[in-house]
Design a protein around this ligand. Structure first.
Ligand code: 13P
Length: 256
């Protein structure tokens, strides 16, 4: 981590927990433990609970959606518009690998959604990462290059846009098989170099998160890397104590 960049610790709850009371308790538990930390803490609950959780949190920590449509309104069954999210959520995950895999999210749509989020005052966390067979074929760098350039392709500017990027190798998600700190750093450095190439030196401010089996036990290894500025956490974000321990590791890493 670089002390000049504020760490971002985001919890992607995915389709959990199943009961609204449990979701509220989780959000409050995270806010109690992390609300005072000098980092950006974000919880990303299922869409149906965004409103009740945003009200309950009252700004103590950030709230994010897990996806959104790029369009503002219209015949898009089941979708959520950026206009509906604005005011409730400050953040939105775009292009998560599970949406790419199960919902046909394409690079092109990720680019449109990332730009739409920014246009509506939301901070997008653009998620990119290679699948196992791509890694084994030596294609990681090419996949990251393609996905990142597509994600930012519709932006007028990168610096000052609020963009964050998450490197989530698909083989590390939910497997307990996290990337090594060195692997995460290598891709983090590649991402930062592309952002600076496209957006100028000021684009180096964009937070780059690592995601994929992050826990309190391995977080310090990631946060010790110069181009990793935080984490996008799945399973471990469902336990307030474990998630708060990841936040504490981020605080320690930047010496705040
Ligand atoms: P896990 O932390 O459960 O591996 O999930 C990572 C993830 O997909 C966050 O978006």
């Amino acid at each position: 981590m670089n002390p000049n960049r504020t760490p971002v610790i985001a919890g992607n709850w995915k389709m959990n927990p199943a009961a609204p009371g449990d979701a509220l308790a989780l959000a409050n538990g995270v806010a109690e433990r992390m609300g005072a930390l000098p980092i950006e803490t974000v919880v990303c609950p299922p869409t149906i609970w965004l409103e009740s959780i945003a009200v309950a949190l009252a700004g103590r920590i950030g709230v994010g959606a897990q996806t959104m449509a790029s369009q503002e309104k219209g015949a898009f069954t089941g979708e959520t518009s950026p206009l509906m999210l604005a005011g409730l959520a400050g953040w939105v995950i775009i292009g998560h690998s599970e949406r790419r895999q199960y919902d046909g999210e394409t690079d092109e749509r990720v680019g449109l959604k990332t730009a739409s989020a920014i246009a509506h005052g939301l901070r997008p966390i653009a998620a990119i990462g290679e699948r196992l067979e791509q890694r084994e074929a030596g294609e990681t760098e090419a996949v990251i290059d393609r996905q990142l350039r597509a994600a930012v392709s519709q932006l007028e500017r990168i610096a000052g846009s609020g963009l964050a990027v998450a490197y989530e190798p698909v083989w590390a998600i939910g497997t307990g098989n996290a990337a090594s700190g060195a692997d995460a750093q290598a891709v983090g450095a590649q991402i930062r170099a592309i952002l600076v190439e496209l957006g100028g030196e000021a684009a180096a401010e964009v937070p780059i998160l690592y995601g994929g089996s992050v826990t309190a036990a391995n977080a310090t290894e990631f946060f010790g890397q110069p181009d990793i500025d935080g984490a996008l956490v799945g399973g471990a974000s469902l336990d307030p104590d474990g998630f708060a321990a990841i936040g504490a590791a981020a605080v320690g890493a930047v010496g705040r």
